[in-house]
Write a protein of this length. Structure first.
Length: 149
């Protein structure tokens, strides 16, 4: 387990050291341990040495109060989209990310759907309705989910 403040340094070492040469970031996995562990969110960074096939997983954890960690886009360029996905679905903020915005869900979606405390029926659904001469008008309606079928 690596402290969040040490994560960029550890990943940079694993990528550029002559011993490991972890040149590829495979994925970043986010896990929400609501009411299970002291630190709510765990992030697992999966790295690969393309030449030898060696894989390394680097684990870190952040609490629900801060929900912030440094971006690694300067080390691994492909982390850009993965971090945006985690931000969109879990609400974890990646500090100094070049363009942290939603990537999978609609901009009108309120909240982060992969959180364990996200309501099953959602919060509200925004439907963009465009009228001639009226701009940026959004009609909000409640979501009704039929969970019995």
């Amino acid at each position: 387990m690596v402290l969040p403040s040490n994560l960029p340094g550890v990943l940079k070492f694993l990528k550029f050291s002559s011993t490991f040469k972890m040149g590829m970031l495979i994925d970043i996995v986010a896990i929400d341990f609501l009411k299970v562990r002291r630190l709510r969110f765990y992030l697992i960074y999966s790295l690969l040495n393309v030449k030898t096939g060696l894989r390394v997983n680097v684990h870190t954890a952040i609490g629900s109060q801060k929900k912030q960690i440094n971006t690694i886009t300067a080390i691994f360029v492909n982390a850009n989209w993965i971090e945006r996905e985690i931000f969109d679905l879990f609400g974890i903020y990646f500090y100094k990310h070049p363009r942290l915005s939603k990537i999978l869900s609609d901009y009108s979606l309120i909240g982060h759907p992969m959180l364990k405390d996200y309501p099953l029926a959602g919060y509200a659904d925004g439907r963009a309705i465009h009228f001639k001469g009226v701009s940026n008008w959004v009609l909000r309606s409640n979501i009704v989910a039929d969970i019995d079928s």
